[in-house]
Design a protein around this ligand. Sequence first.
Ligand code: SF4
Length: 460
Amino acid sequence: MISAPITTSVFDLFKVGPGPSSSHTIGPMKAAYDFRQRLAQLSADLQTQANSVHVLLYGSLSATGKGHGTDRAVVAGLLGWQPETTDPDALLELLQNPASSYPILVGATTILLEPQHIHFERKRYPSPYANTMVLQLRHHEQVLYQEEYYSVGGGFIIRKGEPEAIPDVQSVPYPYSTMTELKTQLTTHNLRIDELIMTNEMALTGRTRAEVNQRIDLILEFMHKAVRRGLRHKGILPGSIKLTRKAPILFRQAKGMSQSSDSFLIFLNAYCLAASEENAAGGIVVTAPTSGASGVIPGLTYLARYHFHHDKATLRAGMLAAAAIGFLVKHNASISGAEMGCMGEIGTASAMGAAFLTRCAQPSGSIKAIEAAAEIAIEHHLGMTCDPIGGYVQIPCIERNAMGAVKAYNAFLLATSGAASLQKISLDAVVKVMKATGRDMSTKYKETSEAGLALSATEC
Ligand code: SF4
């Protein structure tokens, strides 16, 4: 019996927005935008009494929010900007001048948001989630109205008290919540994984097949634009690390090594670094499943398109297989670095990438091989910590995307070498282990920059 089926849309997983972090940039921007909409609904009495808006950031949002641009994202959301249409250059301009204040519409009233009213709170806050933010409308010290939001990874947010929509088994034609259930549906109805995900997506969103395909093509285009921009852009990334972009260097090197057997790996590394460096610079990327991990799948899909010359239909099928793996991890563990460490971000992206490659290479879409590839990729990311230096999504994040893609490639090779049926560990089992490992991991290693590589900052 299927308990609560997965009802996430493919396009909630693959979201377009500004870098560098889906949980610290896109999520907070969406929360602040939601708060702005709610302010407009308040009574005129409350609206006219109010004289300030305050934002309180807790947990990992407080620890690494500065480096991740959370404060700018919150201002943007309160100004009514949305991730998909935000101009990344305009976003980077926000809060550059500490003397600036920003006009926030509260019904017919305008309140100026002062930068000092964004508080990075280091004290613990009683919250069920690592990334918590509280937005308040105040009259001097008196709180007139407030909302509490949780940014749960990949740009997904939850508002405190909002009744959780219990997914109805009827809402999708082929309900599943685990890989075991997904496989049962595939066998019972004699479907490929991409066909099942496409049919569920059409039912969930009301889009036609042509519209879903068009949107997947657009998502791929956004991913590949990020790769192309990153291959062109040279120089130093924003922030105190002063990290030099490496993608254009690797790309040039790869082009000079076309006869070498290593060249395709150097191309893949260059593509992954390119999209990740764009993310670190605050450029427009696609969460896959998060912004921190937004270099793995763009790198692999770029390789699949321009080196392996897969056609559009094959790339779309691969993307749907990748989405299925992202859904399963999000539903049964978490894709948030603040909850799972980096195995939740790069580990999941790598598993999605392994499923993508396997589906692209096998027209029959053997679910055994896809499951094995995804399982292998996650298994070898278990326990991987999140400890970004200085709170910037740069070290280890950028190279980690390239490593995640290379592991995805090897997981695909291992799974399609004819021994998929010998695989002992199921995807469901490894996702359970991931969840338990994330729960046991010290918070120092979960996007707080309080341990690990983050402590080596002085050596950089
Ligand atoms: S270390 Fe991994 S999880 Fe942490 S910010 Fe970087 S990419 Fe994201």
